[in-house]
Structure formats: C-alpha cells, structure tokens
Design a protein around this ligand. Structure first.
Ligand code: SF4
Length: 323
C-alpha cells in the first residue's frame, strides 16, 4: 500500500509506569512499551500478539491516550495526537474508539442500553435531539440487536449481546480506527465466530481499521492482514498474516506458534520450545530481550539489541540471526 494510505503511525513509542518504594519515591520503571514503531493502513486489521504482560494492551491504550506516553510520537491522519490539548483530543476521540474484553464493566447497570447509547451521541453533539433514538436503533440493528433491546438493562443481555452493545457504542461515532482489546476472549467459542464475522462485515461497510489485540493466534490469523509480535515491550517481528504463519523467523514467534494448540505448524524445522517465564519488564535483560529464553542465543545476544530489519515480502524481524 502507498504510504498515503497510512492512518496511524507510531514512532518510537515508550510507555513507562513508575515503581515506587515504601516512602513513595520512584525507584524504577516498568517499561511496558519500549520503543515501538508501527503503522496501520486505512481499512486494514493489524493483529498484535504476545504473551500476557508483553505490553500489547498498554500499547493499544496509549494510542487513544488512555495511557500517557513517556516518549515517541503517534500520528493519526498525519497529526501527532500526543501534542493535542484535551479539547482537540475530545474532537478527535470519535474517530478512534476502543472495544474491551468486558463491555459490561463500562456499561451503567442502572441505565437502559438505549439511554446509554443516546448519551454517547449527546456528549459528542451528534444528531439533533429528536433524531438520536433513530440513530441508536439503526446501529443496534447493524450489530445484530433488536429494537426492543433499546429498553433493556445491561444485566438482561448475554455475553455475546453485551459485546454487540460495546461494538454499537464504538460504531455510533463513525470511527476510522477501533482498538479491539481481546474482544472475544471472554466469550463462548460458539459466539466468538459471530462477533469476529460481525467485525469483518462492519469493517467492509465502514472502511475501518482495527488494531486487534489478542492472544488466540488462530483468531488473529483469521482476521488480520498483518501481524506484529511483541515481546517484553518490544516489537520483534512483523509480517503479512499468512507469511508469519508459513515462515516465522524470530525464535520467539516460532516458539509462540509451536506452543499454540490451535496452530498447525507445518514443518518440524519450525518448532522451537518456549522455555521459562517472561522476565520482569521492570528490569528487562540487556541485549536482546528474548535471550534468557532463546534456544539459539549466542554471547553477542546478551550485549546487543537487534533492531527490526526488513526482510523479503514485507516481513521484518529483530534478531541477530538475520543481520
Ligand atoms: Fe535469540 Fe539472539 Fe535472536 Fe535474540 S538475537 S532471538 S537471543 S538468536
């Protein structure tokens, strides 16, 4: 795709959380996102994978400024959103929405769903007052809910229906980008496919881009056009979805795919075992962040951190073996 099709460009993003000692002094930082650069094209789905604690959700939250960046730039439609003031950000907010794993926690249990959604339109000053219920009913229908659901309370819905409400809330504002943070991992397997297909249908009709954060690799493979693999706050590999599954290069990607029961790794050559635990992001290992678990680590890997390098077919990898 042409660079003009880029909707979101993240440059050297860092998100650090302070760790305080007993008397409240900052003694170190959790480096949750540690110098990540990536781009999303208009209308595409970029899958972000990695173990729990690798920083993928933090990255998603930082993109819509739910987390404060410690450094770097985030360009949305060529504007650096980290430089926007809160008024400018409020104006931009409808264009960038987030869908969470548990939509229930963000719904007011004492409000009818129709009222909650109408309020979203009010906050963003969308539509005339008398038009708003009609707009809400239209979006409810598009996410597969019924007109009578407008009058129900959140506790009257199943998990799948609640996620549809979460999507309705995001879609009401006609966004260009939705950060989907584990949107189906709390749902029954039978419901997951319905929600994923709904996301795909809505993407097609609205030309939306998704940053799709999940740990289920088969779902990420199904929905994504490109995939980024995160490890300990760093992006270690990026490739078109099928390329990544057919030809994983980074030892961590290979181990991650091999460890997933739902993924058929064709060749035993590609199998690598994932050993040990994820190191603490408070004190990440020097050199390559994966060297403490990598079966192919050499002495140089402890001293030198490889940068992402462009390989064939739009694949990028950060590993000394490919330098
Ligand atoms: Fe393994 Fe070294 Fe490559 Fe890191 S740089 S993934 S430790 S071989």
């Amino acid at each position: 795709m042409a660079s003009g099709d880029v909707l979101l460009r993240i440059e050297h993003l860092k998100v650090y959380f302070p760790v305080k000692n007993a008397i409240g002094r900052i003694r170190s930082y959790v480096k949750a996102v540690n110098d990540i650069s990536l781009s999303l094209f208009r209308g595409e789905t970029y899958g972000l994978v990695g173990e729990t604690g690798c920083g993928k959700s933090t990255l998603g939250r930082a993109v819509i400024r739910l987390e404060r960046a410690a450094g770097g730039e985030i360009y949305f439609d060529n504007r650096d959103i980290l430089k926007l003031n809160s008024k400018e950000m409020l104006k931009l907010r409808p264009k960038m929405q987030m869908v969470f794993q548990d939509p229930y926690s963000s719904l007011n249990p004492r409000k009818r769903v129709g009222d909650t959604l109408t309020e979203v339109l009010e906050i963003h000053n969308i539509g005339a007052k008398e038009e708003r219920p009609e707009i809400v009913l239209d979006v409810l229908e598009r996410v597969g809910l019924l007109p009578e659901h407008y009058y129900r309370f959140p506790n009257e819905f199943s998990g799948g229906q609640r996620q549809r409400i979460g999507l309705a809330r995001a879609f009401l504002l006609r966004p260009r980008l939705i950060i989907c943070d584990e949107p189906v991992s709390a749902l029954d397997v039978s419901i997951r496919a319905q929600i994923i297909n709904l996301l795909k249908d809505l993407q097609e009709s609205e030309k939306l881009a998704y940053l799709f954060i999940a740990h289920d690799l088969s779902i990420v493979r199904y929905i994504s056009s490109r995939i980024g693999v995160m490890y300990l706050g760093c992006l270690v590999e990026e490739a078109p979805a099928e390329r990544l599954f057919e030809n994983p290069l980074h030892p961590y990607t290979r181990a991650l795919l091999s460890a997933s029961p739902s993924i058929d790794v064709e060749s035993p050559r590609k199998r690598e075992r994932l050993q040990g635990e994820l190191p603490s992001p408070i004190d990440p290992p020097p050199g390559c962040p994966f060297h403490t678990r990598c079966s192919r680590a050499a002495a140089a890997c402890r001293q030198y951190q490889p940068r992402l390098k462009e390989m064939e077919k739009n694949q990028k990898v950060a590993c000394i073996l490919y330098e």
